[in-house]
Design a binder for this molecule. Structure first.
Ligand code: ADP
Ligand code: MG
Length: 407
């Protein structure tokens, strides 16, 4: 039975998963998918970087010495900290595990089960639905509930005063998009601490903006960055290291360092995607991640959940996924989450908005700031602020050039 894991498989139905070669049940999340995505990512990324170097070699024969040096750099696993000076936030995996160990009732056996199932931080425990923790780790209902409650308490999740909220919001910062005009509609760059959605038709620059933000987030504060790393969840296979290199060079940055500071995960289906977002909770602090990109948010959901019967489940799953991302922003005021979204070809079951982003109300209500992109003349693009709790509606014209996003 060679059925791919997209198409019209009903929820709960078994299907053969080409990626890990086993039978799965539609709608369930599999840890193996995550591992597979990670392995694939390493293979693909290495190939792409090597290909790029081969191109250079044939063009600039004179610079052979430099090229050898570059390749050594890429093979070197140590992450260069040149642009990531702010290490106060950094935690090692051991630190995270120590915190989990400190939860009430976590002995060696429980800890082993948690680690085996990938729950290596308080965040990952606090944000994962209990049923999934139980299923993946084999822990009982009561233990799981206690662990979640204790993790939430330690992370200070729950009711807080408006003053606490204000303290939290005071930490919010911004990342420059590379275009002053575009930054202006966000009052000075895209905000951290919330989910920002860019939606628009094909080739309106969504993916280009995502690439640029991954570079810019690494810049020093005074240059519009946050001196942090980016995590990129690519659902469409459109991430291009070559493009990052062009953008990095345009900013006089060492592209090896810039590439190393982008943690990349290719999501092959919606299950991968959900899992990658959950896994992100484990590494935000440890890796000093200041930006999470999901490009695109609902592409997989649209192709996997076909037919009216699946709509409710689809919306519910997207909603949970979006809330996983929103919760991360609630905890980390200095983390920006940026997602892209396609526009609906024709209005369907979702009610009347003149500009129809795919995903309907679930996404409209889930993202905090929404920006609509459309094409202008030539390399120009127009961005319109559609929905933001504290920003006026405004429009900006920006350009996409070889150097990246600019005015
Ligand atoms: P979307 O994700 O919205 O479908 P993209 O972000 O992929 O669209 O934007 C594609 C556009 O970006 C292309 O149409 C082109 O105008 C521009 N673009 C991509 N790469 C380059 C480049 N190297 N130099 C100049 N423009 C580019
Ligand atoms: Mg794209």
């Amino acid at each position: 039975m060679e059925v791919s894991n997209n198409g019209s498989i009903e929820m709960g139905e078994p299907y053969y998963c080409k990626e890990c070669g086993r039978t799965h049940q539609k709608g369930k999340i599999y840890q193996d998918h995550f591992k597979y995505a990670q392995n694939q990512e390493n293979i693909e990324e290495n190939n792409e970087i090597e290909d790029y170097n081969e191109d250079i070699e044939s063009e600039d024969i004179d610079d052979i010495d430099d090229i050898d040096y570059d390749q050594d750099e890429i093979l070197d696993d140590d992450i260069d900290e040149e642009y990531v000076e702010n290490e106060i936030d950094e935690r090692t995996l051991d630190d995270c595990i120590d915190e989990v160990k400190g939860l009430p009732g976590v002995g060696d056996a429980t800890l082993k089960k948690l680690i085996k199932a990938g729950f290596t931080s308080l965040e990952s425990i606090a944000y994962t639905p209990p049923s999934i923790i139980q299923e993946d780790s084999g822990l009982g209902e009561k233990t799981t509930a206690t662990l979640i409650k204790a993790s939430m308490k330690k992370l200070n999740i729950g009711f807080k005063s408006a003053q606490d909220l204000w303290e939290h919001r005071k930490n919010i910062t911004r990342i420059s998009t590379g275009s002053q005009e575009l930054d202006n509609i966000f009052a000075g760059g895209i905000e951290t601490g919330c989910v920002i959605e860019f939606f628009g038709e094909f080739r309106t620059g969504k993916t280009q903006i995502m690439h640029q933000l991954c570079v810019n987030v690494q810049l020093p504060l005074e240059k519009g960055g946050l001196e942090g790393r980016a995590l990129y969840i690519d659902t469409e296979g459109t991430f291009r290291p070559e493009r990052i290199i062009q953008m990095a060079e345009a900013l006089d940055l060492d592209y090896d360092t810039v590439l190393k500071n982008i943690i990349f995960g290719r999501a092959y289906n919606s299950d991968h995607q959900i899992l990658l977002a959950k896994e992100a909770a484990n590494i935000i602090k440890e890796k000093n991640i200041k930006l999470i990109v999901v490009d695109s948010l609902i592409g997989h959901f649209r192709s996997e959940y076909i037919g009216r019967g699946t709509l409710a489940t689809r919306q519910q799953t997207i909603n949970q996924h979006l809330h996983d991302l929103l919760r991360l922003c609630d905890i980390y005021p200095q983390l920006a989450v940026v997602v892209t979204n396609q526009v609906q070809a024709k209005p369907d079951v979702f009610y009347g908005n003149p500009i129809q982003a795919a995903g309907g109300n679930v996404i409209a209500h889930g993202s905090t700031i929404r920006v609509y992109l459309r094409k202008g003349k030539g390399e120009q693009r127009v961005a319109k602020m559609i929905d933001a709790p504290h920003l006026p509606e405004g429009e900006a014209v920006f350009s996409i050039t070889e150097n990246g996003i600019s005015d």
